[in-house]
Design a protein around this ligand. Structure first.
Ligand code: NAD
Length: 356
């Protein structure tokens, strides 16, 4: 029996190409660090709709639950864009997060030294090592709250609700405090407590919990100010914790500061060992099948899996170091600059394996 069982959800578009490279790198890492991994593939998104009629078959949920961790490529594409909302590939994505109880989304926004020029922000603002971790609540708040349509003064209107319970806030804040303890011990909680009652409860709860983490320096920002500070002085941040909707927006903003979308990994955690790891980008239908997709975000997602689910910290670091080394000389087209060697998806995977 292998040490770890990983479910692969390759998905659509470039999903299969990039996951294949990440698997190659994980196998090489396992060989080097003396552990074994076995894989089980399952369907999610458009490919699942084509094969079974639904974006998230029950078999996929069962396979994921039976594994130590899940690696996802990306889902979606123009072929399925006209389907009704509940049967689109993205519904499969929301469904699997809910089914696995993945309430915490971790998005690191890191600039690899050699890629500094890919950031739209000036060098002196970024400094030498921008490294922010956004911890976003993923299964509550306005995206899951009650909603509806009604008439107001005879005119059509629509409403959504933002609600958080204390246990929901506590569990996400706890993840963020724990992450801060492993990093630079600085946590920024982002809310809109000057206006929203749900934000006032959020802030009170985070402050109460902070008594358990006296070493962590905690501060609070309103979301509008946080959006501004991210581009004005990103170096001030270590870990940021926030609600589902604010985290959705701020994590996209932070990823643009880091530059290329093909470089950024993410993790969704359930509190237990099981996590779902995926690049933040989509299925890139415009380049699917051309062999030019950047597999590094998926490879870096494997590094996150090793760190947060499989507790193989050295192996995780080895992958990150190998990626940084390869970037000094080689680039896929999306991050290409003059003076570097241009390579495709598969070659990039081979180079990372060789650098390991
Ligand atoms: P996208 O991230 O797929 O692509 C945006 C742009 O970035 C494209 O030009 C694409 O070629 C490029 N790009 C993305 N990843 C790349 C990589 N690894 N290497 C090189 N270039 C890369 O976003 P989109 O075009 O808005 O969405 C395409 C499809 O993906 C849609 O169906 C959308 O719903 C879906 N999507 C899925 C996820 C997910 O599975 N988590 C996330 C976002 C979007």
């Amino acid at each position: 029996m292998s040490d770890y069982r990983i479910t692969l959800l390759k998905g659509d578009g470039i999903g299969p190409e990039i996951v294949d490279q990440a698997v190659k790198v994980l196998d090489k890492t396992a060989e080097k660090f003396g552990f074994t991994v076995e894989y089980d593939e399952a369907l999610l998104g458009g490919c699942a709709i084509d094969a079974t009629g639904v974006p998230l078959p029950e078999e996929t949920v069962a396979k994921c639950k039976a594994s130590d961790s899940v690696l996802l490529g990306a889902v979606g594409g123009p072929k399925w864009d006209t389907l009704p909302g509940s049967n689109r590939p993205e519904a499969g994505l929301l469904g699997i997060r809910g089914a696995l109880g993945l309430f915490a989304n971790l998005r690191p926004s890191v600039i690899f030294g050699p890629l500094k020029s890919a950031s739209p922000i000036k060098d002196e603002i970024i400094g030498d090592n921008m490294d922010i971790l956004i911890v976003r609540e993923l299964t509550g708040g306005i995206y899951f709250g009650e909603r509806g349509r009604k008439e107001v003064d005879g005119k059509p209107a629509a409403w959504d609700t933002e609600m958080y319970t204390v246990p929901e806030i506590e569990r996400i804040a706890r993840v963020a405090f724990e992450m801060a303890m492993k990093r630079n011990k600085k946590l920024t909680s982002v809310d809109k407590a000057n206006v929203l009652e749900s934000s006032r409860l959020w802030r009170e709860t985070v402050i109460r919990l902070s008594a358990e983490y006296p070493e962590v320096e905690l501060n609070h920002l309103y979301v509008d100010n946080a959006a501004m500070q991210l581009v004005r002085n990103p170096k001030q941040f270590d870990v940021i914790v926030t609600s589902n909707i604010f985290g959705d927006i701020l994590s996209d903003e932070a990823s643009m500061i880091a530059g290329s979308i093909g470089m950024l990994a993410s993790a969704s955690l359930s509190g237990g060992k099981l996590g779902l790891y995926e690049p933040i980008h989509g299925s890139a239908p415009d380049i699917a099948g051309k062999g030019i997709a950047n597999p590094l975000a998926t490879i870096l997602s494997v590094a996150m899996m090793l760190r947060y689910s499989l507790n193989r910290l050295e192996a995780a670091q080895a992958i990150e170091d190998a990626v940084a080394k390869v970037l000094k000389t080689h680039r896929t087209p999306d991050i290409y600059e003059e003076g570097f060697v241009k390579v495709g998806c598969e070659e990039m995977g081979d180079l990372v394996c060789a650098a390991l």
